[in-house]
Each structure stands twice: as structure tokens, then as C-alpha cells.
Design a protein around this ligand. Structure first.
Ligand code: MRU
Length: 363
């Protein structure tokens, strides 16, 4: 089931480690729960196992979850045993429903599953075997497009940054959270590649520690100067004038620009406002949920209390203490300076500027 294959050539190319790779009908995903101490790749061939990998955070980060779900859908489709297109579409919907139940907040999961299903429906005049083959290509297209999108986003975003820039980021919005390159870290990578003098402060991001385990690891491999801080140090740094901007990713953006991202993002946006520091969100158009008018409608996942009471196997809190563990919070649009997408940068009244940018993506 598992193979230890370091993937250092990707880092040398400045794109970071791609968390998913697909060959010979097998999806391999790096187990992000074990980074940075172990680089373990797990093999997936079954949609139920892919759903479990998303739920348990083997793979995480909004765009990466969407890519994994697309392959999960393909595995589910491959295993459906019928020649009837109607029966196939019905069973395929059940496969996608199971995958959709794995995590509630990142809209890219539902976006990818809807794309797979509407693709299948649009080929309903073909034999089931042909639909299946086409679905495998569609999952691959979603994965490959994601890295291209992130590189375009990086180019747009890096133009916002001055020649010398000290950036604070939260969670991991890097190559590991996407099909490759990253969203917030994509902007940082593109700025570094453009020759800008970049320094990063990475929040450790309690409780799951995506910042210390994943972001610090990714940026160190790329040779981008990075300083790890605890989440509660950000305000002090800003008050000392040591942060020029904040860049984060997003799990779901409502039509008005309200943005759900990793818990702690909202506090950073409030702090940035207080200190007059630009606060940027970098996310693909697929992260915008135009069906939600504002952020109050975004479902916020609550995770296992054990993530708060323990680090690894080590208990840090008393037995039976009450715990609240929301995995995300919502940053109101008024605190966001700009939203960076693959189609350009949205500023001002997001109710108008986001649909204008999204227009260019219609397939
Ligand atoms: O719980 P996670 O690790 O899946 O949360 C990830 C984040 O909050 C990221 O910032 C977000 O998905 C953007 S990733 C490009």
C-alpha cells in the first residue's frame, strides 16, 4: 500500500511537491499527516478509500481535495457494473454523494464532483464504457488545470507586491494544498521567481499545524527565507512594523467576497486592518460559491476535539475538558484588500468585481 519516494526534483523547479500523482489507474497521495518527518505515499483505487483520505486529512487544502474527489469519482464510475446509461448515472450520483460527505467547507470538493457528474450527463447518449473512459480524462484534466491556474494566479498576485516584501501567511495554501504550485504560496513563489526579495512569516496554525508541518517544509525546500511563529505572535510582529502584507488561501468565497479559510484567518484580517497592512486572498475561481450571498451561509466544519487536546499521541489537556474545534472562520469582505484569481485581481465591491473575473472562466 505505501511507498517512500522522495520527490525533490519538483522542489528544484520551484513548484513544490505535488501531493497527488496518477499512473496506471492508481492515485498516489502523499500522507500529509506524517509530514515533515516522513514522506510516505499511499495508493488509492477505491472511491470509499479516497473519501476516507479526505476526511482524515491524508489530503487537505481546498483545491487538492477537489482533485482527489475527481479521481475518487472516476474510481467509483469504473467499478459500476451496468450497460444501462440511466442506471450508470444513478449509481454514479450515489458515488459522488458519498465523496461529497467527506468534508463540508471547501467548495472545490462539490465543484469537482459536480463537474464530473455534469460531464457524465452530457455524454449520456454514449455507451457506458465510453463515459467511463471520458471520466478518467476529466479527472486528469482537473488535476492538470489546477497547477496551470495556480501559476497564472501567482503571476497576477506577485505584481501586487513591492520589490522587498515581508509576507505573513496562515495554514498551508501551497503546492501540497493544490494540484501543484499553490495559491497563497504560488503568489510567494512567483514573486521570488520574479527576483523580488521575499521573506515569509509562517503561522504554525493550531490545532492541526499545517503552517509548521507543511508551509515551513515547503518554503524551506524552495529556499525562500521563512520564519515560523506561533499564531498568537502575529499582532506583535505587525505592531513592530515587520509585516508588509498578509496572503492566505480560501476554502469558500461567498458572492460578496466573505471568505472562509483556516481558523485564525479572521483574527489576522482584523489585525491587518488595525495596522494598515494589505490583506490578500489567493484562490481559484472554483473556490467562489456564487450561490451564497454572504459568508454566514458557509458551512463551517467542526473537527475531533482530540486535535485540540493532543499533539500526536501526547495529551496536553485534562481528561474530559470541553473542547470547541471549528476548522474554519469567515473573514468579512470589508477586511479583504483584494482577491487574487487566475483571471486577475478583484478589488472594490466584490459583488461586481468577482462575477466580472469569473466570466472569463466559463467553459
Ligand atoms: O483543513 P485544511 O488543511 O484542509 O484547510 C486548508 C486551508 O484552510 C487552506 O488555507 C485553504 O484550503 C486554501 S488551500 C490552497
Amino acid at each position: 500500500m505505501q511507498t517512500n519516494i522522495p520527490n525533490r526534483c519538483a522542489a528544484a523547479a520551484g513548484g513544490g511537491v505535488k501531493p497527488l500523482r496518477y499512473t496506471g489507474g492508481v492515485l498516489q497521495m502523499i500522507d500529509q499527516r506524517r509530514l515533515p518527518t516522513e514522506e510516505v505515499w499511499l495508493d488509492y483505487r477505491d472511491y470509499r478509500e479516497v473519501a476516507e483520505a479526505i476526511r482524515t486529512m491524508v489530503v487537505r487544502g481546498a483545491p487538492a481535495i477537489g482533485c482527489a474527489a475527481a479521481f475518487g469519482a472516476w474510481f467509483g464510475a469504473r467499478d459500476i457494473d451496468t450497460d444501462s446509461t440511466a442506471a450508470f448515472l444513478e449509481q454514479f450520483a450515489a458515488v459522488c454523494e458519498l465523496l461529497a460527505a467527506s468534508r463540508p467547507t471547501a467548495v472545490n470538493l462539490f465543484w469537482a464532483l459536480e463537474r464530473m457528474q455534469s460531464f457524465a450527463r452530457s455524454h449520456a447518449d454514449r455507451p457506458v464504457l465510453q463515459i467511463k473512459i471520458a471520466l478518467e480524462y476529466e479527472a486528469l484534466a482537473i488535476l492538470e488545470e489546477d497547477e496551470r491556474i495556480n501559476r497564472a494566479m501567482g503571476e497576477h498576485g506577485q505584481k501586487l507586491l513591492p520589490e522587498r516584501c515581508r509576507i505573513l501567511t496562515h495554514c498551508n495554501a501551497g503546492a501540497l494544498a493544490t494540484g501543484g504550485y499553490g495559491t497563497a504560496l504560488g503568489v510567494i513563489r512567483a514573486a521570488a521567481a520574479a527576483g523580488k526579495q521575499i521573506e515569509v512569516f509562517a503561522d504554525e496554525t493550531r490545532p492541526f499545524l499545517q503552517g509548521s508541518r507543511l508551509t515551513a517544509w515547503e518554503l524551506q525546500r524552495d529556499g525562500i527565507p521563512t520564519t515560523l511563529i506561533c499564531d498568537n505572535m502575529a499582532g506583535y510582529l505587525m505592531s513592530q512594523g515587520r509585516v508588509d502584507c498578509v496572503i492566505v488561501g480560501a476554502d469558500r468565497i461567498a458572492a460578496n467576497g466573505d471568505t472562509a479559510n483556516k481558523i485564525g484567518t479572521y483574527s489576522l484580517a482584523v489585525l491587518a486592518k488595525e495596522h494598515g497592512i494589505p490583506f490578500y486572498v489567493a484562490a481559484p475561481i472554483s473556490t467562489i460559491d456564487f450561490s451564497l450571498t454572504d459568508g454566514r451561509q458557509i458551512p463551517i466544519e467542526e473537527r475531533d476535539p482530540r486535535e485540540v487536546t493532543h499533539i500526536g499521541e501526547q495529551r496536553l489537556a485534562p481528561e474530559d475538558i470541553a473542547v470547541y474545534n471549528p476548522a474554519f472562520d469567515v473573514t468579512p469582505a470589508r477586511l479583504i484588500t483584494a482577491i487574487i484569481t487566475e483571471n486577475g485581481v478583484a478589488e472594490g465591491d466584490f459583488v461586481h468585481t468577482l462575477p466580472e473575473l469569473a466570466e472569463g472562466t466559463k467553459r
